[in-house]
Write a protein that binds this ligand. Structure first.
Ligand SMILES: [Zn+2]
Length: 667
């Protein structure tokens, strides 16, 4: 194909695919099947591969293009992004409406909109092309997150007219994406996000756009900062125009000519809120007429022509049917309330942790009680209190058992702890939790071995100890639910590869009490082999920085168990690496300029990659952290250093350039 033909074809495909994307992501009205879209996309990819010089920024293949950044650049908002004043009840709303009416001569019309619980962002278009996206930041200065915003498919790369404007909206994570993300995080032993807003913000503040791309974010646009040559005179007119230009706007807005209509809108959405596929935390009310907006003006902090009504935290009532006990990896028994299923803030809740017996006693929660449930941080279900007025006398007080529900051994309360524990090392419930921990991301990091697979393997009696994992064979795995040839091969490869892990992963994976990932790393660095660690005395251990009495005790106790010696011998026999593979302390110079220093890296360096620089500093006894604080000793700044540089200067922290780093490393 000649270049001219290719160019024409690419142009036509990009236009067609962007139209399909608009119908799918913005209008939610796809006109073609996914398979047809995919086919055209492949066609485009093929052409672009053949003629890489013809790839344009508008191409749907370029949504996830940018390389990971070292830091975000700052963006100045020419028109400040102000936050709105809040209303918490009907009276506040009536006051707002009265003040607005008194502040202007003509009658006031309001526009009510859903207040999306996400992250406020600004998108700049020049001559119809998307050029920059930024966070709200402090209202005057935000961060340039263009690459991350490009990954949101409902943000158009070009709009339908060659306009220059800065449009504002809320990026958010739909419920579906949020639940899937948290499920995946929990499987990986990562802290789940507290709510969709945190998840959206966390995703957009990732330096690597590939992460944001995976998070399935969406956006609603609702306002404009600067708009060249615009003559629209009302907020509602702007909303309509934004939609016409190809932006995704929220359809659920309404013009209200009286406060009564506003209150009606508020009460309707207070009820309907759980049926939305995304989180809203209130209603925004704005004066529609832009001249009236100008007339009303601003207070020091927020406009007088708009207010945000916030929903109260939702509390619902349900029955507590039962209190179930779950057993953790370390044997801790946690009571969990089993509830009659009830919808709270958008999701159905059936379980809530009750933490421990003392707390249940304190709150006087009984089995059979009617209880009030709410979501802490709007996501983690919590039993607030029992409705004692509704007791019938049938309710039963809860008592912790004296024996482990899984293995029957006697439970103990360790000194200084509230929790009860099963201390039987062969307790099946603990073994299973221990295996889940062993394969998790910060431990042996075995891909494809999630919680569900472990539970299955355990229940089928294919594994009992960690060593058994390394004895699994293909036939056994093929017998499991949803395990095909390909996933079995991948899984066996991942298990095999984990044998090569550096010592700290195994050490953390063993699940020794009080030994987290960080302590495991310290121990591996210090003792270098499992043998050395097994022979270490209490004194040897506490001589190490960061290892306290409690940890040392726990380690000595752990390695003194015959079962542990046996397990480690088995693992050795199965060829698991038992040595630390990182830079060895014993090989390092005694003292370097970095010893004991906390160092932050920023900007682009010519000679070192970020990782190389980090390793060089760490192997010389320094610690590299991500952000500048009072504890930072040295900031090493490459080209284009941004906010970290400013902050370090402000705090009077020593600042080096790349040359100084090079000299320090070579000297
Ligand atoms: Zn037990």
């Amino acid at each position: 194909m000649d270049k001219q033909t290719a160019e024409n074809q690419i142009k036509a495909l990009v236009e067609l695919l962007n139209q399909y994307g608009y119908e799918y992501y913005v209008l939610d009205q796809p006109s073609v099947l996914d398979s047809e879209y995919d086919e055209k996309l492949r066609e485009l990819q093929k052409l672009e591969q053949e003629f890489p010089e013809l790839v344009t920024v508008e191409s749907p293949t370029q949504r996830v293009g940018g390389a990971p950044l070292d830091a975000f650049k700052k963006v100045q908002h020419n028109v400040p992004m102000l936050s709105l004043g809040n209303a918490f009840n009907e009276d506040d709303l009536r006051d707002f409406a009265r003040r607005a009416s008194n502040g202007t001569d003509k009658p006031v019309v309001f526009v009510c909109e859903l207040k999306i619980d996400g992250l406020a962002i600004s998108l700049t278009y020049e001559n119809g092309k998307f050029v920059r996206g930024a966070t709200r930041g402090d209202g005057t200065t935000g961060e340039d997150i263009t690459n991350n915003l490009r990954t949101i498919r409902s943000i158009p790369m070009t709009i339908k007219e060659k306009q220059t404007l800065e449009v504002r909206g809320e990026a958010y994570m739909p419920h579906k994406s949020f639940l899937a993300l948290n499920e995946a995080r929990e499987k990986n032993d990562e802290e789940p996000f507290a709510n969709p807003r945190n998840a959206a913000a966390g995703s957009l503040r990732q330096l690597d756009p590939k992460i944001a791309a995976k998070r399935n974010l969406d956006i609603f646009l609702y306002g404009v900062g600067e708009w060249e040559g615009n003559t629209i005179t009302s907020h509602s007119g702007r909303l309509e125009k934004l939609k016409e230009l190809g932006f995704k706007t929220n359809p659920e807005w309404r013009k209200c000519s009286s406060i009564e209509e506003v209150l009606e809108f508020v009460s309707y959405w207070t009820e309907e809120r759980p049926n939305l596929s995304y989180e809203i935390d209130g209603i925004v009310v704005k004066v529609d007429d832009l001249d009236q907006q100008e007339e009303l003006g601003y207070t020091a902090k927020s406009p007088r022509w708009a207010i945000a009504y916030k929903f109260p935290a939702e509390e619902v009532v349900t029955k507590l049917r039962e209190i179930e006990l779950s057993i953790g990896r370390t044997g801790v028994i946690t009571p969990t309330a089993i509830l009659d299923p009830v919808k709270v803030a958008g999701t159905t809740v059936q379980r809530a942790s009750l933490h421990n017996e003392d707390l249940i006693r304190e709150q006087d929660i009984r089995i059979g009680d009617t209880v009030v449930i709410k979501k802490a941080g709007d996501i983690i279900p919590k039993v607030v209190r029992a409705v004692t007025e509704q007791r019938t006398g049938e309710e039963q007080e809860f008592h912790m058992p004296t024996e482990c529900p899984a293995c029957g051994s006697e439970l103990v309360r360790l000194e200084g702890e509230v929790a009860l524990r099963c201390i039987n090392p062969s307790c099946p419930a603990q073994l299973m939790e221990g295996l889940i921990h062993f394969v998790s991301r910060n431990a042996m990091n075995i891909d494809g071995l999630g919680e569900k697979v472990i539970i299955q393997l355990f229940q089928e009696k294919l594994i009992h100890t960690m060593a058994d994992l390394y004895r699994l064979d293909k036939e056994e795995l093929l017998g499991l639910d949803r395990m095909g040839e390909k996933s079995v091969t991948n899984l066996l490869e991942a298990i095999e590869a984990s044998k090569e892990n550096s010592l700290e992963r195994l050490l953390f994976g063993l699940g020794i009490r009080f030994i987290g990932a960080k302590a495991a790393k310290t121990l591996a660095e210090e003792f270098e082999t499992m043998d050395n660690l097994q022979q270490a005395s209490f004194e040897d251990l506490i001589a190490v920085d960061e290892i306290g009495d409690k940890m040392a005790d726990s380690i000595v106790q752990y390695f003194s168990e015959d079962k542990v010696t046996e397990l480690l011998n088995e693992l050795r026999h199965l060829n698991l690496n038992m040595e630390y593979k990182g830079p060895r302390k014993s090989e390092l110079a005694q003292d370097t300029v970095f010893t004991g220093k906390t160092v932050v890296l920023t900007g682009k360096m010519e000679e070192f990659s970020r990782n190389e620089a980090k390793e060089l500093i760490e192997s010389r006894g320094g610690t590299v952290t991500g952000s500048v604080s009072k504890k930072t000793d040295i900031l090493i700044a490459g080209e284009d250093a941004g906010s970290k540089y400013d902050k370090a200067q402000k705090l009077g922290i020593e600042i080096w350039n790349e040359q100084q780093l090079k000299e320090a490393v070579e000297g």
